[in-house]
Design a protein around this ligand. Structure first.
Ligand code: IVH
Length: 674
């Protein structure tokens, strides 16, 4: 029996509400914005057709979260109505002309940045707080995290008594990729897209974690302004720019709706080169008096609209589901696809996240699936094209497949991922490669081929055993004669003399990347001290007024997540055995003071971008750090030098805008005195 219109409406409303919650509160959407908007449109159509079943307004949702103080907005924070086609957009123009009673309207056209909306309040020119949209009239006070964004001016000259500046907090694509590379190196599940990570970061209660992720902001809107001092949005934007706020002026003012439409097309061309994710263009009436005339609904202004670019999607056949085992034993299902062109690159694999995701979407091998790039980076399987499902297809049985593959895995109650009970061959190889890699012990000559043999010959089980392989044992490897044996022995001998942070990083503690390993080494100064650290050595706990427990980091960059990881790692007797084996093998486990700081470098902040002619990124970082400098991921007013190589991107542009000194490799070497 088919669904009645009433049931259809009820089902749609429930679905929309659920997706809305996932997006705003959990920062973990299950469907794309495009699909979401389609559901909302479908509901609107049905409710128009069957008004007797229409329900109350669904509103724009609410992002309120536990642990934040709430604040009222002086002027409400509205959302935007969406359009997806030209006719719809032109209709917006016509409605507006009628409402305003003028024909030649002037428009501001901007990229629609995919991030989280925020309101910045200035009292007498002083930045006092940052608040999320919340329900539009009242939001969460997120000043502590937003204040980490250096491009937000703290003081404004000649400012009104009260000013609310509206903007979008986002994460640059480069920063998102940097964080995901770190996650990958640590064997952790990847973040899905920059928008969710930005939203999650703004709402972090753990300042140390928030600090380790660089957020950016673009300001585009005017909230309350007392006394009033602007007549046009473009005047306000110019003033924002003069005050030092980042704004977007990629596209100039447009006369008339036709010109605005052309500008949207222009934006579609340039948006792929922007350093942030964009999913559309925003078109706004320039005159504030005309805006007032046009008015608003409870959710949207009538004077602005978002034109959403359809996401890059493609259909292809999912040939098989394979299982990828991470270094820590976490299993990620991967869709093996018939290769297909999507947003300029060929996609042959896509993540399926976890078993629940496959079950929820009922994804089966042999299905035709719709794929999309989330935040235009990682391909995702959106869903199945049911009409094209083969008649003989069977639901995918995750556990049965693990068994067939000989993967003995379980899942912890709360964890989404299955984890191997005992390390597999793959995992052992990956662990060993991590142990020996350039960012860890840097064992010369130990690459994939050698690692595979060491594991297959059972010379190594836990990576630390590499440190005590004898000449005779090395000789068992394929083609290993005196010379290669000598090379390996000397490679291992050299590795034993390296810095403490390398040994810490080599252990493969979840959530401890290279930078964190360095922070831990500098603080604890020995493996002994780190190994016997207690919670209180890492975090200071305070109980607040409302009984909420909050933690402050002892070491900058080491928050709750990392602290728990470290403590739980060393509580495992196996891991303590590894450390003991390191000791027995004579590996350096203490921090040796470096006396090589270079004046002019010490205490300065550097940002690396592009490809340098001879220095690798890690090498350049090492040289700078050894000389007492710091390397940061993003350019701000506090950056002293940007070292730019071939194909340097947005960081170079930003450095030029901010007037930061730019060096090439030769310039860096000169500064370092090498
Ligand atoms: S203007 C009255 N301009 O998109 C609403 N919004 O989907 C004024 N957004 O709520 C908003 N880029 O959070 C405006 N250039 C831009 C934007 C932008 C992103 C966000 C904003 C808004 C949401 C609507």
């Amino acid at each position: 029996m088919s669904e009645t219109p009433r049931d259809h409406i009820l089902r749609l409303r429930a679905e929309i509400q659920r997706y809305e919650e996932l997006y705003r509160k959990k920062h973990a959407p299950e469907i794309s914005d495009f699909e979401f908007d389609k559901l909302v449109d479908k509901l609107a159509d049905l409710e128009r057709e069957f008004p007797m079943f229409a329900g109350p307004d669904l509103g724009i949702g609410d992002d309120k979260a536990e642990g934040f103080q709430q604040r009222d907005h002086k002027s409400p924070m509205l959302s935007l109505d969406n359009t997806y086609d030209e006719a719809d957009f032109m209709a917006f123009g016509e409605r507006l002309a009628k409402a305003v009673g003028a024909s030649a309207l002037q428009f501001v056209v901007e990229p629609k940045i995919d991030g989280v909306a925020v309101s910045l309040t200035y009292e007498n020119g002083k930045f006092v707080r940052a608040v999320t949209r919340g329900n539009g009239t009242r939001g969460d006070d997120v000043t502590h995290n937003v204040a980490l964004i250096k491009s937000i001016p703290r003081k404004l000259a000649d400012a009104p008594d009260l000013l609310e500046v509206r903007g979008e907090i986002y994460m640059e694509l480069e920063e998102f990729q940097r964080l995901n590379r770190e996650r990958e190196a640590e064997g952790e599940a990847l973040y899905a897209n920059p928008r969710n990570l930005a939203a999650g970061t703004v709402k972090l209660l753990d300042a140390a974690v928030a600090q380790s992720r660089n957020l950016s902001i673009v300001c585009y809107g005017l909230g309350a302004c007392e006394p009033a001092m602007f007549a046009k949005l473009s005047d306000f934007k110019q003033r924002l720019k003069d005050w030092g706020f980042p704004i977007r002026d990629d596209i100039g003012l447009q006369q008339g709706i036709k010109a605005a439409w052309a500008a949207i097309q222009q934006l579609d061309q340039i948006r792929r080169n922007l350093p942030f994710p964009t999913d559309g263009a925003v078109v706004k009436l320039n005159s504030l008096a005309e805006q007032q005339k046009a008015g608003t609904t409870s959710k949207f202004p009538h004077w602005a609209v978002a034109f959403k670019f359809p996401p890059d999607q493609a259909e292809t056949i999912l040939r098989a589901i394979s299982m990828q085992v991470g270094r820590t034993g976490a299993i990620t299902p991967v869709a093996e696809l018939d290769p297909v062109l999507l947003a300029g690159s060929t996609v042959a694999r896509a993540t399926l996240h976890n078993a629940d995701e496959i079950a929820r979407k009922d994804i089966r091998e042999g299905d035709t699936v719709l794929i999309q790039k989330a935040g235009e980076i990682i391909p995702q399987v959106l869903g199945v094209v049911h009409a094209k499902r083969p008649a003989d297809s069977k639901p995918f049985n995750f556990e049965a497949r693990l068994k067939e593959l000989g993967l003995d895995a379980t899942r912890d109650g709360e964890e989404a991922a299955y984890k191997l009970r005992v390390p597999s061959r793959e995992m052992k190889i990956r662990r060993l490669i991590h142990f020996a890699c350039k960012q860890c012990l840097d064992i010369d000559g130990l690459g994939v081929a050698v690692a595979e043999q060491l594991i297959d010959l059972e010379l190594v089980d836990a990576p630390v055993q590499t440190l005590s392989i004898t000449a005779e044992q090395w000789r068992m490897l394929d083609g290993f004669k005196d010379k290669s044996v000598d090379n390996m022995l000397s490679g291992v001998a050299q590795a034993k003399q390296r810095e403490l942070w390398r040994a810490i990083h080599a252990l493969g503690i979840p959530n401890v990347g290279m930078q964190t390993a360095k922070d831990l080494a500098r603080h604890f100064k020995s493996m002994n001290a780190l190994e016997s650290a207690k919670l209180g050595d890492l975090l200071i706990s305070k109980v607040g007024k409302k009984g909420h427990e909050t933690y402050t980091s002892v070491i900058s960059g080491v928050g709750i997540e990392v602290s728990e990881s470290v403590l739980s790692f060393f509580s495992d007797p196996h891991h303590r055995e590894w450390v003991q084996a390191m000791r027995n093998a004579g590996l350096n486990l203490i921090e040796v003071a470096s006396a090589t700081t270079v004046e002019g470098v010490a205490g300065k902040t550097f940002v690396l971008t592009g490809t340098l002619p001879t220095l690798g990124r890690d090498e350049a970082r090492d040289l700078i750090e050894k000389a007492g400098g710091k390397v940061s991921g993003s350019v701000s007013k506090n950056t002293h030098y940007v070292v730019a190589g071939e194909e340097a991107g947005s960081k170079l542009t930003k450095a030029q805008e901010l007037g930061v000194t730019i060096l090439d490799e030769a310039g860096l070497r000169k500064l370092l005195g090498t």
